[in-house]
Design a protein around this ligand. Structure first.
Ligand code: MF3
Ligand code: CO
Ligand code: CO
Length: 267
């Protein structure tokens, strides 16, 4: 199956959907604090997405029961919001927002640090962000899909972390998930060529320990088998002649860590 090439008009719609998703992510991130439940995050995502004129793409997707994925500590991805999951100081939590607006989807996530976190927790969060950015950095017209996974895998290795192999990024457009599958590990110079106008996500899940995962009995929540911490960051990007354009640029003032000593900007 060939990979869709989006035209100018479609890229403009991807930009709008991406901006909405990024705004909702930043909005939620600013409100996170000890004592907040992940069900509260779900409610915020629903109301904020509606306020922007969008729809949460994940709600009901293959039966997913919520508007957002909230994945805390050893949860790798697809954490289901619940009134029983209460954030505590020291937690790290990935919030994954996907918004449908004007017929197109924007998909972005960040891992937030709740108050003061351990050095290990901070390390894996910063490693995951570096891995995503290393994967994006090699993207340009004419590069290969495998270049992305290779860059991510090398970066993780250099940082002493591992990359989850069971889930990847994806093409995106009129559907939240479309081809190609974007592996977060791989071999440089392999795979289909990237072409200007293709839209994909880059969203590596990075672990401090082993990369093996299992799904809990709820059928959704993915956790590390060894219980080690995992973090993830995601952007939706469009390939351009010169490189790439990020569709999910966060608004200024968005923070992924709100802590007594310093605020770290979402990027
Ligand atoms: N936003 C997720 C992704 O990055 C999609 C999760 S599918 C769901 O691809 F059904 F779990 F929501
Ligand atoms: Co995605
Ligand atoms: Co996502």
């Amino acid at each position: 199956m060939s990979i869709e090439i989006h035209g100018r008009n479609e890229v403009e719609r991807l930009r709008r959907a991406g901006k909405a998703a990024a705004e909702t992510l930043a909005y939620v991130g600013r409100k996170l604090a000890p004592g907040i439940t992940t069900a509260q995050i779900d409610a915020w995502v629903r109301s904020h997405t509606a306020q922007l004129g969008g729809k949460p793409s994940q709600l009901g997707y293959e039966g997913f029961p919520a508007a957002v994925c909230t994945s805390r500590n050893e949860v790798v991805c697809h954490g289901v919001p619940s009134p029983k999951v209460v954030l505590a100081e020291g937690d790290i939590i990935n919030v994954d927002v996907t918004t449908m607006l004007g017929g197109f989807h924007g998909d972005t996530s960040a891992t937030f640090m709740i108050g003061r976190v351990s050095d290990e927790a901070r390390y894996v969060v910063e490693a995951a962000r570096s891995c995503r950015d290393a994967g994006i950095a090699v993207v340009r017209h004419g590069a290969r899909l495998g270049d992305i996974g290779a860059a991510i895998e090398e970066t993780a290795k250099k940082l002493g972390c591992t990359v989850v192999r069971d889930f990847g990024g994806h093409g995106i457009g009129r559907r939240m998930h479309q081809g190609p599958h974007v592996a977060h590990t791989g071999v440089r110079g392999t795979g289909p060529r990237l072409r200007a106008g293709m839209a994909i996500t880059v969203e590596p899940m990075v672990c401090l320990g082993r990369p093996e995962v299992r799904v809990l009995s709820d059928g959704w929540t993915v956790v590390t088998v060894d219980g080690s911490l995992s973090a993830q960051f995601e952007h939706t990007i469009v390939i351009t002649e010169a490189g790439y354009e990020i569709m999910t640029v966060p608004p200024t003032g968005g923070a992924w860590a709100i802590q007594p000593e310093r605020e770290l900007e979402l990027t």
